[in-house]
Design a protein around this ligand. Sequence first.
Ligand SMILES: [Zn+2]
Ligand SMILES: [Zn+2]
Length: 83
Amino acid sequence: MARINYKICPRCNYITQDDVPGRFCIQCGEKLLKQCKQCRTAISNPFALHCPECGNTYHHQIAHVPTEPAGAGLPASFRALAK
Ligand SMILES: [Zn+2]
Ligand SMILES: [Zn+2]
């Protein structure tokens, strides 16, 4: 039985078989991941979220854009008006 490896999208979790042509996610355009970025173990489980060999996550950390605290970043002229 041939061993099937998978490609997963690190952004939207899209999964496809490694022998399917294409290097980029058809849903979001992110480059598909064929192996662990850390130890280079091929992805053999389509449901894996972490590498079974080293535990590294396959997915990008979701970067939350920090929201400006209220009142910070007001222009100087506006602050002068508020006096
Ligand atoms: Zn994607
Ligand atoms: Zn790994």
